[in-house]
Design a protein around this ligand. Structure first.
Ligand code: TRP
Length: 443
């Protein structure tokens, strides 16, 4: 291990904003809205909220406890509390980081391209054809590289001077943008129809394993759980922070932004009568339907569209940062690499791994499913068993800096029984079979 003292956040609110920055991203806008559209609107939203509270929140607190308690990156953190035989789980976490970031910056690259193009030329009315042209191939690869370069630049700047400072500026901007867009969307003619679709549940969909899988998977992805990202961020914290409170704020802000993003997306779609396009939704939904809406709305649409993509880019950037930080901090801790070398080298490797996703949206979709359905859900399952059953004294560790919390025992029971049971059910009945099917369909 390197002899330099471990980096620290400058302030508690700096950590909280950075963690919210990690959570709020493409998941809240791109992923959340297409899942909600696909799974019966409000039924999905209700299930997703439940998954956030029952599964997301306990696992988030578990990661924060492991990170702050060990003051280490994922592999040594697991070894610290569980012994050397837990090292493979840490390696799986790092692999998830490579996998997710490799396609995350492809999608973020689409957003970057759409945003810049809208400023210069506006939006293309034939949005589906346009998406087909730019979402894969050299174009997509170039913007993917550009986005990765920006991410590397910030991570190389360090925890407080790079990541924290960026979040302090970008997150308030993101909140303002999303709220402003929702207020504007409320003034549209079709807004009521959009709200009706988004907010009135189709209860028939509530109980299928596949919706349950989508809701749990979304809770994990959106809260950046299951691969040690929140663990890594918490490892730069002092002992005096109230972790349960931090977890509540992070999960609350993450849900709020997803919910408000829905208040932007659905009125827009219904105002322009594009709901048929959404029900045929794929990874491209947000990048086809909304640009079409913006194009049909003329100059106002162009302005609104630029702001929308600005929000998407900002959210994606602070999330990509956290994904890269997991692998960078691991290289610093385990291999003794300097931060600068780790950031540049690993960023380049991950960009190369993302090439197939940049060349085929089908491959991108498949990698997204493997990462979420197998790696994150599996990682979350193992993590909850680890903190619930293996780690000694998780409640004592969680109590440091947190007086007056009465639900620590319930927290541990959730991790011991409820979270593993639900995750096992979801993995066996839907996540594993549906992922194999997607992979088979590729060939
Ligand atoms: N939470 C981010 C989003 O919603 C994506 C993300 C960042 C992530 N770090 C992660 C997902 C770690 C899983 C694990 O866009």
């Amino acid at each position: 291990m390197a002899g330099v003292p471990r980096e620290q956040w400058t302030s508690k609110s700096g950590f909280i904003l950075a963690a919210i920055g990690s959570a709020v991203g493409l998941g809240n806008m791109w992923r959340f809205s297409y899942l909600a559209a696909e799974n019966g609107g409000a039924a999905f939203v209700i299930l997703y909220l439940a998954a956030t509270l029952v599964i997301g929140l306990p696992v988030l607190l578990a990661e924060l406890v492991l990170g702050r308690g060990s003051q280490r990156s994922p592999i040594p953190a697991l070894v610290h509390y569980g012994g050397r035989r837990w090292k493979p789980l840490g390696l799986i976490f790092i692999t998830s980081g490579f996998l997710i970031l490799s396609y995350y910056t492809v999608i973020a690259g689409w957003a970057l391209r759409y945003g810049l193009a809208a400023i210069i030329w506006g939006f293309d009315v034939d949005a589906a054809a346009h998406f087909g042209e730019v979402a894969s191939g050299w174009d997509a690869f170039a913007y993917h590289l550009m986005f990765m370069a920006i991410t590397v630049f910030i991570v190389v700047g360090g925890v407080s001077r790079g990541i924290e400072r960026t979040s302090l500026v970008l997150m308030p901007m993101l909140f303002a943008l999303v709220i402003g867009l929702a207020v504007y969307a409320a003034t549209l003619d079709g807004a009521a129809a959009g709200y009706a679709y988004y907010l009135s549940p189709d209860f028939a969909k509530l109980l299928s394993p596949s919706v349950l899988k989508d809701a749990t998977g979304q809770a994990f992805f959106s809260l950046s759980l299951g691969m040690g990202a929140m663990l890594t961020f918490a490892s730069y914290l002092g002992r005096d922070i109230h972790l349960p409170r931090a977890a509540l704020i992070i999960a609350g802000a993450d849900f709020a932004v997803a919910f408000i993003a829905g208040l932007v997306v659905f009125p827009l779609i219904f105002a322009l009568d594009l709901s048929a396009d959404v029900s045929a939704s794929t990874v491209g939904a947000l990048f086809i339907t909304l640009p079409k809406a913006f194009a049909e709305m003329g100059q106002i649409g162009r302005g609104v569209g630029v702001l929308f993509f600005a929000a998407l880019i900002v959210g994606a950037l602070t999330s990509a940062i956290s994904l890269l930080e997991v692998v960078v901090s691991s290289a610093i801790d385990n291999l003794g690499w300097p931060r600068r070398r780790a950031g540049i080298l690993l960023g380049a490797v991950i960009a190369a791994i993302g090439a197939p996703s940049a060349w085929s949206t089908n491959i991108l979709g498949a990698v997204d499913q493997v990462a979420n359905n197998i790696f994150l859900l599996g990682g979350g399952l193992t993590l909850s068993i680890f903190v619930g059953w293996v780690m000694v004294g998780p409640i004592e560790e969680a109590s440091e800096g947190a007086t007056g919390v009465s639900w620590f025992r319930s927290w541990r029971n959730l991790l011991r029984y409820v979270v593993p049971a639900i995750l096992l059910f979801v993995l066996i009945y839907d996540a594993i079979p549906s992922t194999f099917k997607t992979i088979a369909d590729l060939f």
